[in-house]
Design a protein around this ligand. Structure first.
Ligand SMILES: [Zn+2]
Length: 145
């Protein structure tokens, strides 16, 4: 967990979003996602909770031999493949991230903004994920354009 995430996790906003010992407030997301197909709602919920087909989570549930990002490991730079790594750090998705940033500006740098944002923001996040192809095993090929 980096400094920003540590600060975020103790912020009033985070505690409002994820009260201790209760699941993420999915109903809020569902409300925001009205009009979006169910699979995309699932994607947002999984990104929120971290229970998603990225190696950090897969390793925790013993479905991956490593918690680290495969493409970073291939370049000799092992980093845990967390939601944060996938959305903000992994150099493999630089191009896809750049496209999202062109639409969202600085909002593309904020987990809170991306995950509890407006419908248009969520659409850009879904497009980003589709373009990366990283979660194809869970969600299939998808594209919102
Ligand atoms: Zn990576």
């Amino acid at each position: 967990m980096d400094k920003w995430e540590a600060r975020f996790r103790t912020s009033p906003r985070y505690l409002r979003m994820f009260p201790p010992r209760s699941p993420p407030r999915i109903s809020h997301v569902n409300a925001t996602l009205i009009g979006l197909p169910r699979q995309w709602c699932s994607l947002i919920v999984q990104l929120q909770s971290g229970h998603i087909g990225l190696n950090a989570h897969l390793h925790r549930i013993q479905r991956s031999p490593t918690p680290n990002c495969d493409s970073c490991t291939a370049t000799g730079n092992s980093k845990p493949e967390t939601v944060n790594h996938f959305l903000f750090e992994c150099p493999t998705y630089r191009k896809e991230r750049h496209l999202m940033k062109q639409k969202l500006g600085r909002g593309a740098d904020s987990l809170a903004h991306l995950l509890l944002g407006k419908k248009d923001t969520l659409r850009e996040l879904i497009k980003f994920t589709g373009r990366t192809g990283r979660l194809k095993a869970t969600f299939g090929e998808f594209c919102l354009d």
